[in-house]
Ligand binder design. Structure first.
Ligand SMILES: [Zn+2]
Length: 202
């Protein structure tokens, strides 16, 4: 079985982005006739066993973007706040420390709570930024004002489409094109040079 197939983007029947599924899950949707329509430009054929009667090999071709019947919940899901994880946070902030502006590999980054949790700050997208270990330690349990460390960019809550972009490292061109249309205009994904990262990776 081919494990390296890219993930398939599912939409609800109205075309609202829903979630990534593996090709196995996509094949299941096809087999159950839950695929309402296809939108992607790519297709992947998965072969099954041979029929005892005809000797023919079964196959299912899955499209890179599929709309699933009976997924009206996606609309509600689209407006839900996506879960906060370091991976998606670092991606949101383009691996740039919010305090020194340098670019780091994920291993050298931390999640900094703008208002520290020890001071009642919450673990939410709006209260966190990406910070390098040095800056995070320097800031300690202070606010940026108290530490005299200026935030170089503002936090924001990614919408569902942006979260789907942040959560998958191998997005096909047609999937990216589709998701970008649903990303809000003030997202950092739509801003070329913000935050201004230095060219070198620390
Ligand atoms: Zn830093």
């Amino acid at each position: 079985m081919n494990r390296s197939l890219p993930l398939i983007l599912t939409l609800d029947q109205h075309g609202v982005p829903h979630r990534w599924v593996t090709w196995q899950q996509a094949v299941w949707y096809y087999a159950k006739e839950r695929v309402a329509w296809e939108l992607g430009r790519e297709a992947f054929t998965v072969y099954g066993g041979r029929s005892h009667h005809t000797g023919e090999r079964s196959s299912i071709t899955a499209n890179s973007i599929i709309a699933i019947r009976g997924k009206a919940l996606a609309i509600k899901g689209f407006n839900q706040v996506p879960p906060l994880n370091n991976r998606e946070l670092f991606n949101r902030d383009r691996f740039v420390c919010a305090f020194c502006g340098d670019l780091f590999s994920p291993m050298r980054l931390t999640c900094d709570h703008i208002l520290p949790m020890s001071r009642g700050g919450r673990d939410t997208w709006m209260n966190v930024v990406t910070a390098c270990r040095t800056c995070n330690q320097k800031k300690g349990s202070r606010t940026p004002e108290e530490a005299r460390m200026q935030l170089l960019y503002a936090p924001y809550v990614p919408n569902r489409a942006e979260f789907l972009i942040l959560a998958n490292r191998r997005i096909l061109a047609d999937q990216m094109e589709f998701l970008r249309q649903h990303v809000s205009a003030n997202s950092r994904i739509n801003q070329r040079n913000v935050p201004a990262a230095r060219a070198t990776l620390n």
